[in-house]
Design a protein around this ligand. Sequence first.
Ligand code: SF4
Length: 437
Amino acid sequence: MTWSNQKPPGLDDIFERHGSPHAIAGEAIAVVDEKAHLSLSKALRESDATSAALYVHIPFCPSRCLSCDHLTIIEHDHKAMDRYLAHLHDELALMSEQSRFPLQINRIHIGGGSPNYLDDVQLARLMASIQSAFDVAADADVSMEINPRRTSRSQLDLIKGLGVKHLNLEVRDVDANVQNELGRTQSFSLLEDVFSVARDMKFASVNMDLVFGLPGQTSRSMKNSVAMIAELAPDMLVCQQYTRRPQQFPHHAALDNDAMPSLGEKLAIFNAVVVGLENEGYDWIGLNAFVRPGHELSVAQAQGTLRYSALGYSEETVSQVLGAGLGSVSEVGDIVAQNFIDIDAWQIALNQNRLGTQVLIETSEFEIARRSVMRRLMCNSEVPVSSVKQPDVLTLVDSLENQGYTKKQNNVIYLTDLGRMALPHFWSDSSPRFRWL
Ligand code: SF4
């Protein structure tokens, strides 16, 4: 499974698909580039930034869920994980060396896979590699994705001691029937235990993901799931839509196609999420996140300072994002680049003392303007027409207006209620590979 085997569509294909909101989404503009690492190195050397956010990908999991659309390696050999961590150490050092100015890291997210599948020594080694490559700010926001089935009180204690402040629990759905369809066994009582331990330990926040469009899901099942989740009272839920893609993820073929909700059902399911969480007192942030009142993202949205980057929503502009590890995405200046998704290719690149970058997002003025408009619509629901300098992007926005997702008034493009409800189906994929905003 390598990205380079695919032929990404070009701009002609995008314009041919004007009728679809995908037309303005970035998934179609990724290009495999033999010299991608040079573009990212150049961007790092030329960047004026003195701070950055860091994403680190740990791909390992003990077993594969049938719906998995993350970049995951099923691994039981801890020596292979040690080798991965050694290459990660080199990659972090290389990114630091290539940066024009010494970088202070003020936000770190460790995602996966299941980062907490690493053993205690490996987790400590991972954090030491980050600390040795960069100056990590004392008040840096450090978050880690946690597989609830692989954690324990002692592990959470260690993770907290290593400086992790925010836990993002990988849940997908709490409905037992949906879990069965996914080949996962993650009982609600297990989740309750993990939440209660994490709350006892006073992590700054305990968050979770919620995926809609999974096999076996209905609006009724989601209504129940939301009620159960509200009992746990996570600080934030990020809600992403799921697409069965057996061509890209062969194990998806094992999911029952007849159990997949239709697009109409997905709309109803997402509606159940929105209504259910708002009734429980959550604020709807951007297109697809929900937070408790008073949360910094809620405040930022009210003040118009909510931003979106390769790391997701933030309360302020993230100057640049460095992505380390398999398939991770960096965003430096106008460059958006993704690392190899093939572990051998990634390790060979690092053995040759070069960044493990494989894919670039086009950096034309059109692409930069398109990305900016999407993100501003996502975060602030409005964009002044005069700020969109690219006529082709305005043409794309017209296609959204034709479908009722945006409207223009007094020279401002507004996201409509319909757009806010419908666009998460196209712009917030659960697979990082299809999320090129
Ligand atoms: S869905 Fe999550 S836990 Fe399951 S295999 Fe994928 S990354 Fe691992």
